[in-house]
Design a protein around this ligand. Structure first.
Ligand code: AMP
Length: 333
């Protein structure tokens, strides 16, 4: 059996939102039975925002709970915490030697972070794509289930892997590519009418898997709309288009078609539209919400999963690091 290897992770900077779920985690749960999968909680990446020790620990636990609640099966896959595998940090160091300032500064996500957080432009932020490359290359993965926002990072991971191969004249790391079961990589919009759903995009923009029905109803009712279409088949402004995109993700085709038709006839009532959207979001997140509450209190189970995952992930990572060290020239006398 020669199964391809899959790696993907989520930063432990807060609860999972439906963007994380539909962009990445849902694909993980589908891939786990077909591929050799490694799913991790990116707590090293989370350090760029300087969390307190309590917050860091609490968030790692929360993401672990939510991964499991989404259906990731620790028996079928390897689920681990990034900081439990020090070989990743070692590979990150090696890859950093061949990652250049210019290309790192040009990364879209780095430029966004500099714009949104000019007081905390640290080296970890700049080399974020190198750490991500190390996460993937450490298991020699070829498939990475991620949302559209990660496409450029995957390209950088290929660049760093290929550069290593050329430098040491060895076809060692395979090329990793972003993967989705959908036609295109997914970008789930937020509720603020502007861009993607994200943890750091401001209050009310994201709907979390752990949100109660009341919170979801409140958030969706506050989503940005306008005064309605003024001509038939009018092109939708971004905020309205985003809500339709969300409906496409969580609602049935009939529901979506009904509201599309209402919009095209200029008969749409945004109140009804948003009520339906909220109810469908509640319905799709309900099973996960229930499981989150069940799993969160089972500390013994969580500890067992994390330990078992760390062992399996280290086993794979140690094999790679041993070979990488050899290629670089760290050899015994
Ligand atoms: P992050 O929350 O930034 O650590 O992202 C973790 C994973 O969720 C990555 O695979 C992202 O591509 C994916 N993701 C985050 N936000 C979205 C979104 N709004 N739409 C689609 N995928 C997303």
């Amino acid at each position: 059996m020669n199964k391809e290897t899959v790696v993907s992770g989520i930063r432990s900077t807060g609860n999972l939102h439906i963007g994380n779920y539909y962009g990445a985690v849902k694909s993980f749960t589908q891939m786990q039975h077909e591929y050799d999968c490694f799913f991790f909680i990116a707590d090293l990446h989370a350090l760029t925002t300087h969390p307190t020790p309590q917050d860091l620990h609490g968030n790692v636990k929360q993401v672990l709970v939510e991964y499991l609640a989404c259906g990731i099966d620790p028996e079928a896959t390897t689920i681990y915490i990034q900081s439990d595998v020090p070989e990743i940090a070692e590979l990150y160091l090696y890859l950093n030697m061949n990652a250049y300032m210019g290309e790192l500064e040009r990364s879209t996500s780095f430029k966004d972070k500099v714009r949104s957080n000019p007081d905390n432009v640290n080296a970890g932020l700049l080399t974020y794509p190198v750490l991500m490359a190390a996460d993937i290359l450490i298991h020699k993965a070829t498939k990475v289930p991620v949302g559209k926002d990660q496409e450029q990072h995957l390209e950088m991971a290929r660049t760093f892997g290929n550069r290593f191969n050329r430098m040491y004249n060895h076809d060692y790391f395979p090329e990793p590519y972003a993967f989705t079961y959908a036609k295109n990589l997914v970008k789930v919009p937020g509720l603020d009418g502007k861009g993607k759903m994200g943890k750091s995009e401001g209050e009310g923009n994201a709907v979390y898997l752990s949100d109660t029905p009341e919170i979801i109803r409140k958030k969706v009712s506050r989503a940005v709309t306008d005064s309605g279409p003024t001509s038939e088949f009018q092109e939708k402004p971004e905020a309205i288009q985003n809500l339709f995109e969300l409906m496409k993700i969580v609602s049935s085709e009939d529901t979506l078609n009904h509201f599309e038709e209402q919009y095209n006839k200029m008969a749409i009532r945004y109140g009804d539209f948003k009520k339906q959207l909220a109810e469908d979001m509640i319905l799709t997140t309900e099973p996960m919400r229930v499981r989150i509450n069940e799993i969160a209190s089972d500390t013994d189970y969580l500890s067992k999963v994390a330990k078992q995952g760390a062992l399996k992930a280290r086993d794979s990572a140690q094999k790679t690091i041993k070979e990488v060290r050899e290629l670089i020239g760290f050899r015994a006398f």
